[in-house]
Design a protein around this ligand. Structure first.
Ligand code: NAD
Length: 242
């Protein structure tokens, strides 16, 4: 069975979409006919010039900035169909050494940022009585990892956050799901996993995927074929590279 997704006329807000998984999704969503609105602190040269991919430089931990940009998106496009809340940072430090600013930054982006984006987008989804929200957890939410406490804690918190939100908005037919994307080779992964660490272990065990590997599951969850909410979708391992 072939998978075909049609996003014609639809609008998805993708935070953290200038790189990695979000950028792959933005390209695929636009190729499927939708408009991908990327919110990121950086601008991607690779996404520049792609039809139906637009970029806004915004820090998702800045509540007012998020509300302003979402209002602009609604004014421009007249609708929002989906929020993919992928922006995240991963400071590396032991708990003993973790600076307050780094802890606040990780919680501010990874957790507060998801809340601000949901609060800004939800009134529009509720008004239209439809929509999909995706948040990203991580295997570290369950397993933890040395020098990743802030990231792991923020990702762990997103799982019950998403389930709670799913319970609140099911009455409006808005779906909220959590994705565990697997180990994916992205800028964040590279920064958090310098050669010589766990990268080789993962490569030899569960495998390391590429951002495009996650696109199918994400498009599925955004589509009306995904009659599920409050759920988690886990990619457990990657295929070996050919
Ligand atoms: N790559 C993996 O192996 C992996 C595994 C588990 C979960 N995830 C999750 O998947 C999602 C995408 O990760 P990725 O690996 O593609 O990361 P990535 O680093 O490639 O992309 C993350 C993006 O977030 C942006 N960003 C950072 N701070 C921001 C802010 N304050 N406001 C707006 N944008 C901001 C970055 O500029 C970057 O473009 C993240 O939530 C990540 O935690 C990734």
């Amino acid at each position: 069975m072939k998978s075909t997704f049609d996003a014609t006329g639809e609008v998805a807000v993708i935070t953290g979409g200038a790189n990695g998984i979000g950028a792959a999704l933005a390209r695929a969503y636009a190729a499927a006919g939708g408009t991908a609105v990327v919110l990121d602190v950086v601008r991607s040269a690779e996404l520049d010039g792609i039809d139906r991919v637009e970029q806004h430089q915004v820090d998702v931990s800045d509540r007012d900035a998020v509300h302003t940009v979402i209002a602009d998106v609604v004014a421009t496009h007249g609708r929002i169909d989906a929020l993919v809340a992928g922006a995240a940072v991963q400071p590396r430090a032991t708990v003993v050494d973790l600076a307050q600013a780094d802890w606040r930054h990780a919680i501010g982006v990874n957790l507060d940022g998801v809340l601000w984006c949901c609060q800004a987008v939800l009134p529009h989804l509720i008004e239209r009585r439809s929509g999909a929200i995706l948040v990203f957890a991580s295997g570290l939410a369950h397993a933890g990892r040395a020098e990743a406490s802030a990231y792991a804690a923020s990702k762990g918190a997103l799982i019950p956050f998403a389930k709670s939100l799913a319970a609140e908005v099911a009455q409006y037919r808005i779906r909220v799901n959590t994705v565990f994307p697997g180990v994916i080779d992205t800028p964040q992964f590279q920064a958090a996993n310098p050669p010589g660490g766990e990268r080789e272990h993962w490569a030899a065990t569960i495998g390391i995927g590429v951002p495009e590997d996650v696109v199918g599951p994400l498009l599925f969850l955004l589509s009306d074929a995904a009659t599920m909410t409050g759920s988690t979708l886990t990619r457990d391992r990657a295929f070996a590279k050919e």
